[in-house]
Design a binder for this molecule. Structure first.
Ligand code: NAD
Length: 243
């Protein structure tokens, strides 16, 4: 595991799921971690540590993001984990779903990256990690129109930032998970009606034969923070789904 002692990490959406596991993995790697989420009750369940600072941060709010980064100072590693999954094809999705997904899945990352980049440029060092998905430009997945459109954009965003700032020693990579255990996955399984049947179908589409764990994704998030020769990559971590 990378040694991130002395580094400051900002993680969005770290109240549960992959964001939570990642905040804890960055902590275990020695970093000072700002674990943020819109839901303060979830953040309150994170373990206490003098290197783990929890804070409410709504990544939909331009001013809140800018003010938060200005308050905390240098951010060496940014993990943009916040995102939302809307069900439905292009004909089935509800009014407003695509706009909301653009705001939460894409524009939130624009906000945080614009906030941390000036400091990274000054220090000539930085790692940005963006949460995309295999359901994106990597793979067509049924019933995930707004989600796939916006997660594909995350890959484009990642490559663009990587290209613009590679000469400044700032790296930007995307993580593209398959299906991962998380509270929102449980909600999606229950929403289908037959929980067991839907879960079996989700497992069946992962050739490795199981759903991934948040900790497996968190390991990649820590790796990318320290992967000093890797930039502009969209890395699938999907149990073989995109094979
Ligand atoms: P989750 O969906 O269970 O939790 C999401 C977290 O985001 C919650 O803690 C919630 O409070 C927080 N949040 C929601 N709106 C917010 C806002 N405006 N500002 C700040 N925080 C906000 O977590 P998950 O399933 O681990 O998903 C995390 C990320 O991983 C998402 O971007 C998701 O698209 C992506 N992803 C998940 C899977 C999966 O199968 N779970 C697969 C691929 C990609």
């Amino acid at each position: 595991m990378a040694n991130l002692e002395g580094k400051t990490v900002l993680v969005t959406a770290s109240g549960q799921g992959i964001g939570r596991a990642s905040a804890l993995a960055y902590l275990a790697a020695g970093a000072r971690v700002y674990a943020t989420d819109i839901n303060e009750a979830l953040l309150a369940e994170l373990p206490a540590s003098d290197r783990l600072i929890t804070a409410k941060l709504n990544v939909l709010d331009d001013k809140a993001v800018a003010d938060f980064v200005a308050d905390i100072g240098a951010v060496d590693i940014l993990f943009n984990c916040a995102g939302v999954v809307h069900p439905g094809s292009i004909l089935e999705m509800k009014d407003g779903d695509l706009d909301f997904a653009v705001d939460l899945n894409i524009k939130s990352m624009v906000r945080t990256i614009r906030a941390v980049l000036p400091g990274m440029l000054e220090r000539r060092e930085g790692a940005i990690i963006n949460m995309a998905s295999v359901a994106s430009s990597i793979k067509g997945v049924p019933n995930r129109f707004a989600y796939s459109v916006t997660k594909a954009a995350v890959i484009g965003l990642t490559k663009s930032v990587a290209a613009d700032y590679v000469a400044h020693n700032i790296r930007c990579n995307a993580i593209c998970p398959g299906t991962v255990e998380s509270p929102s996955l449980q909600d999606r399984l229950r929403a289908q009606g037959d929980y067991e049947q839907t879960r079996a179908a989700f497992i069946a589409r992962q050739p490795i034969g199981r759903i991934g764990t948040p900790e497996e994704i968190a390991d990649l998030a820590v790796y990318l923070a320290g992967a000093t020769y890797t930039t502009g990559q969209a890395i699938a971590i999907d149990g073989g789904w995109s094979l």
